[in-house]
Every structure is written in C-alpha cells, then in structure tokens.
Ligand binder design. Sequence first.
Ligand code: ATP
Ligand code: MG
Length: 560
Amino acid sequence: MSEEKKSLNFLEQIIEEDLKKGLEKNKLRFRFPPEPNGYLHIGHASSICLNFGLGLKYNAPVNLRFDDTNPSKEEQEYVDAIKNDIKWLGFKWDKELYASDYFQQLYQWAINLIKKGKAYVDDQSSEEIAKQKGTPTQPGTNSPFRDRPIKENLELFEKMKNGEFPEGSHVLRAKINMASSNMLLRDPIMYRVLRKAHHRTRTDWNIYPMYDWAHGESDYIEQVSHSLCTLEFKPHRDLYNWFLDQVYTTNLRPKQREFARRNISYTVMSKRKLLELVQENYVSGWDDPRMPTISGLRRRGYTPKSIIKFSEVAGIAKRDNVTDVALLEFCVRDHLNKTAPRVMAVLNPVKLVITNYPKDKEEWLEAENNPEDESAGTRQVPFSREIYIEREDFKEEANKKFFRLSLGKEVRLKNAYIIKAESVLKDIEGNIIEIHCSYDSLSKSGSGTEESKRKVKGTLHWVSIKHAVKAEVRLYDRLFIDEAPDNYKDRNYKEFINPNSLITNKNTYVEPSLLSAKPLDRFQFQRLGYFCVDLDSTKDHLIFNRTVPLRDSWAKIKQK
Ligand code: ATP
Ligand code: MG
C-alpha cells in the first residue's frame, strides 16, 4: 500500500484526495485538448500519456477535444494528423469533441452574463485596451465603455455576431475587476470579431470565443473532472474559476490543475516555430524525421512503446525543466534492441575478394534475426567470392587496438568465415580498390567444427556483391547544435540549425532480404545503428532513415 502511494505523481495524489473527499470514482473524466493548428509533438505525447494513462488507471473516459476557437490558424489537415498520431500511440478516446460544437451554448451564456451586468462590449482597439491594463503593481483604468447600458451591450453584441462590424472594432469583455492583483482578471476579452471561415462551422460565426472563456466551459459541458494543463495556465486558474462560477448550476465542477511542460534539449517545441521550420523549408515537412513531432519520430523509426516509455521515465513535474534528448534516444535504442531484426548493410563499401573461394560458388548462410529474441528466428544470407565491407574496417597497417582487418591479420565475417587479408589493389592515385583475402573453409559459423569456434579479435559485417541491393540511406542527426536553441534573447533559434543534420548516402549496399521490407519497418544494421524504411521507399529505390546510431555519439563529443 505505502509502496503504491510513493509512486503516485502529484496529480494522481490530487485525484486520490478528491476520491477520499467523496468524489465518486465513476465521475472521473479526463480530456486531451489539442488546438488543431499544427502537428502533435513529443511534448503533447507527455500530455497524452498523462491523460490517457489516468483514464486507464481509473477506468475513466478520456475525451479528445479539439480546442478549435481560432479559425485563422486551424485546419482539417491538423485534425486528421492529430487523430492519426494518438491512434498510432495506441490510445483510444471516448468521444471526439470540438469546442466549436459549443459555440451556440457559449454565446447564450455570454448573453446571460451581459444581462447580469457582468460583460460589456468595448469599442476600443486592442492597443488601447492593453494600455489600460496597468501593471502588476498598478491597477488598470476602466474602459470608457465599461458602464454601457445592458440593452446597448446586447444590441452591439448581436451586431458583432451578425457580422456588422469589421475585425478589431469591438470585443466583448467580462466585467471583473480592473484593480485585481491577477492581471488576467482585469476585464478579460471573451469574444473578438473574426471574419474567417472555420474548418467546421464555416461562415456561421463572425465572433469567436477566447481560450479562457471556451476552455473551462467546455470542460463543464463535458463534465471533465480534472482539466490538466501546462504551468503557463496557472495564473489563468482564477479566471477559469470565475467563468465557471457564472455558468455553474449543478453537476460536477471541473478542476484545473497544472503540470510542467515537457522541454527537450537540442530542439524547439512550440508549434509556431515548428511551422516556421516547415514553411521556410528547413525540413521537408511536419513529418521530417528530424522534427520532434510524433509523425517525424514515427518516420524516423521510433516505436509507440519507446515514446510512451520516455514519457513515463521523464515523468510529470511541478516545475519547468529540460529533459535530455539522450533519454529519448536511449528509450528507442533499448526497445529496438529487443525488437528490431538484424541485417547487414555496408554504407561505405570497398570490394573484398576471397581468392581461394571458388569463382562460381554461392552459399546461403543461416543468420540469427535477433540474438535478444529467439522467437525472431533465422534467415538466409547469400555469400560469395566477392563481398563489400566498410572502408573504415580495413587498414593496410594497424596498431594492436585496431580490431578490424589489416594485412596479415584475421577477422571473422559475421555469420560466415574467418578471412585473412593478403594484399591490396590500388588505383593510380593510391586509393585501395580491392582487398584480397584468403578464407579458412573449415571456420564457417555454426558448423560445429573446431575452427568454427576459433576466436579472432574482430567480426565484420559484409554483403555479397552479386546479391547486394543498392539503397539510399539518410543519416539523420539532431536538428540543432545547441542544447537550448530558443533560450537566447539576442539570437534566433534558427542560427543554431545543425548543418549536418541530414547526410544522404546513395551508395549503400544491403542484403537482399531487405527487398521485402515495407515502409516504416525497422531494422538494426549490424554494427551501425537502427534504421527504418522511409515512407517514400519503393522496391526499385530503397530508402532507409537512421533512427539512432548504436551508441550515443554526442556523449563522446561532449566529453572531449
Ligand atoms: P505549443 O505551445 O507547442 O504550440 P500548445 O500548448 O499551444 O503547444 P495545444 O494544442 O494547445 O498546444 O496543447 C494540447 C495539450 O497538450 C494542452 O493540454 C497542452 O497543455 C499540452 N501540451 C502542449 N505542449 C506540451 C508540452 N511541451 N509538454 C506537455 N504538455 C504539452
Ligand atoms: Mg495552445
């Protein structure tokens, strides 16, 4: 019991308290409320895991509510992408709902507020209104329209709704307190005129509710018990409650609570900035594998499980913090280590000829698909006299620390034989074009002979030239070279874009088993890293995206 208590995060503790105080368990209800103005990112994934996680824990419904109150930035494309990403993560929402479905109800409630003398139409510009706001230490000044008669307010508000006023000419404000110590309570705007078509309500409305007015009321309509949002909304809580007081009659009263945003090093996460990266072609789209979006991570080769694991391990915090991106990379590496089939691919090929291997012979050698998972089975890999190995895996002369191939030394070819380098063939510029080796015909892996068990220092991956399939490999790295690219006052985050975040390699050779790989299939290229088949890959033009290298190369760079 006490064990279980310890592991509760602070939001779960709040819920447990509420249950103890008499909230019925079947009244628990949560929501995930994205604004459809961009694709979901890894920060949203934390909020998704939190809300849907609570739903699973308490067997409570979780709504997917689109917070679609600003038609100038919202689109159906984003709605579709958001639904797709949540499904891909493996979560199921109870109802698919839209704040725009409540526009009529919100309008009605606003009229009630006007009638009670708690809201008024202000004819001033937003600049004038801002000037009267005061400062945290000085009270604001009342708008000259604050005491407008109710009848006039009702008429003007209706005209706003009917499209009789241009944008920016009028707003509806709640009449609260221009001297409140919480600046957000200084007569906040509830509605503005916006002559924009909405992706769902089309041209029905010429006024749109502000976030603060729409959000808590939507929670109330849906009877959400705990409305969890990020810390920047903490000062909004008073306003959330003030608005609720105006509409509340009976039933459950939603409760807003806040948690810290997920920030991750070496990236930016605001949708505005991500949109900028897309629009200004720094990346190929929202699903570019370097983007911190769910769709980008998916295309990069991340698994849903690795993202959920990351959200769990990084946890839910009360205070702002930055999570090291290496943790995210660790989570995917760890999951792929357990699940990704091993294959051989050579990224920087040099030809190797086994001079004592018969010219026309070929063998299909048995290779384990995943040493971490016996049930993954085996496959056949073709072997022949001429193979490619990595250029970096050979040196004519090498010191003792070089466990790869050098003249006069032996290595094992993975799943195959022990070879010994005898000589090299060079072009006129002195570049090695062929490595000539001999092989020990009794040393075949798994053949059971004494020689097959013989230990040599290095094992190399390879592909048979005759059977190899040419492929394109996209070597992705972090999009930014700075840990906190948007943390500088005097510099733009785009100055920190990593010029080497994508290196395209069109001269890769892979084993033929990969011909049957489908988009988004994931593999370990042995000794190189984890790779995923790109969405644009075809049988005639295979494309692989590097998810992560086998080891964290940035850790090394930092130590230097
Ligand atoms: P951004 O600032 O990136 O544009 P947002 O908060 O405007 O994000 P919304 O679509 O409004 O994006 O967010 C939907 C939900 O996800 C909200 O409850 C929000 O608090 C939460 N959320 C957004 N970003 C993060 C984040 N980085 N970490 C945790 N939760 C987040
Ligand atoms: Mg938002």
